[in-house]
Design a protein around this ligand. Structure first.
Ligand code: FAD
Length: 385
């Protein structure tokens, strides 16, 4: 099998680390819906979660392609980086738009792992994908914002010290566009949790540590406003290409795990006196998923290349995320089918990975919204919503 393999040394080191966290580890956590603290601590100790923090703030100062390689290898090894991937990239909002004082205050702690910034509060129950319709509002009162409202699907909130929060600071009827008047606050949850901030875990089909959060007159110092008030939507958008690329890398890792696992089983399992993999009906779905994965991987490589030369690869990053999510889902389906009944047995890890990779059709952006983006912004078709 031929793969695009950048950063071979980082990949080998991540694979070695992941070997200490085999299928049994992830299965036990999955049963309990528990957080992979030991795995996250190991990644933190080795500096992988600080990959994108510049060295001047104590981070590893690596490129996006290196971060993508780290996440891909975690997923290719059978693990799941969703518990901590946001510690890598949520800090980008502070790095790109925060003041010097904010960067000095927060980035070194994020780099050494003593501060967790891996909660990102954008989605609300009533707004869904329509971010301009969010209702959580922050009212300036002297030196503080007073925040009221609710977010949903705020992943890792229980395991995070800080949260990047998007809220409305100017009422909808006082701005020209609904995406104006939104601001980003960096919330220190340690000070308000259990008081004006309530965090409730949501049980989901996979182990994801996602939550709903409620703000009840929550005080956030005005000094924690990131950038300018009213421009928050733009700040959130500016991190999207990197996020799409990193999630696509996880999907490629999943697809490779499913393809390797399906191939090994198809060679090994004998029915009617020959390996099941000798049947074209078993081979072809795996081969097709492999072709899909390779095509997605090339698009991902192109998105990363453009990103790293300083372009704004919205088109390629979105296509890479969609194609990689489709490839991982096709590979998951082929792998489960190849395993027959055993695909449903937890000890094979196939059903767990199957549930985990299904998420990427919906989050962090659904496939439909990527197609809408391509239709409108790339093809010039009328905006559909
Ligand atoms: C496990 C998990 C973790 C998440 N983590 C986070 C997080 O950390 N922070 C955060 O802010 N959010 C998070 N999300 C939210 C995620 O980004 C949203 O679920 C996703 O963007 C879709 O929004 P929605 O669920 O409200 O669906 P809706 O917006 O209600 O959409 C429902 C369906 O309708 C389709 N649809 C909606 N509008 C259109 C349209 N105009 N054209 C075509 N189709 C349309 C969508 O594609 C989707 O399939 C998470 C979600 C999950 C499930």
């Amino acid at each position: 099998m031929t793969y695009v393999l950048s950063h071979p040394e980082i990949r080998q080191a991540v694979v070695r680390l992941c070997a200490d966290y085999p299928g049994e580890y992830w299965r036990a956590l999955d049963r309990e819906q528990a957080y992979p603290s030991a795995f996250v601590d190991a990644l933190t100790r080795e500096g992988y979660l600080a990959a994108l923090v510049p060295e001047s703030y104590g981070g590893s100062g690596l490129s996006l392609s290196a971060a993508a390689a780290i996440l891909e290898e975690i997923h290719r090894s059978g693990g799941n980086a969703a518990a901590c991937h946001a510690q890598m990239y949520t800090m980008g909002t502070v790095l790109r738009h925060g003041s010097d004082a904010q960067k000095q205050q927060y980035l070194p702690g994020i780099a050494d792992g003593s501060l967790r910034l891996q909660a990102f509060g954008v989605t609300e129950p009533t707004s869904g994908t329509d971010t301009g319709a969010i209702r959580t509002n922050a009212r300036l009162d002297g030196d503080n914002y007073v925040v009221n409202g609710q977010k949903i699907w705020t992943s890792r909130a229980e395991y995070s010290d800080l949260m990047v929060l998007l809220c409305r600071t100017t009422p909808r009827d006082q701005v020209a566009r609904k995406t104006d008047g939104l601001s980003v606050l960096l919330v220190d949850m340690r000070e308000v949790r259990g008081k004006s901030l309530t965090i409730r875990p949501i049980q989901t089909m996979m182990n994801h540590a996602t939550c709903e959060v409620f703000f009840d007159d929550m005080i956030v110092p005005a000094a924690n406003l990131i950038g300018e008030a009213g421009k928050g939507f733009r700040y959130i958008l500016s991190g999207m290409n990197a996020e799409r690329i990193l999630i696509a890398s996880e999907c490629i890792g999943d697809a490779k795990w499913f393809i390797q696992t399906a191939t090994a089983y198809a060679n090994d399992r004998s029915v009617f006196g020959r390996p099941i993999g000798q049947n074209q009906g078993v081979q072809f779905p795996i081969a097709k998923a492999y072709a899909q994965m390779r095509a997605a991987e090339l698009m991902l490589a192109e998105a990363i290349r453009l990103y790293e030369v300083g372009e704004n690869p919205g088109e390629e990053a979105n296509m890479a995320k969609m194609l990689a999510a489709d490839a991982s889902w096709a590979a998951a389906e082929a792998c489960l089918q190849t395993h027959g009944g055993f695909g449903f047995a937890a000890e094979y890890d196939v059903e767990r990975k199957f549930r985990e990779t299904r998420l990427y059709q919906v989050a962090p952006i659904s496939t439909n919204l990527i197609l809408s983006y391509l239709s409108e912004h790339v093809l010039g078709l009328p905006r559909s919503y």
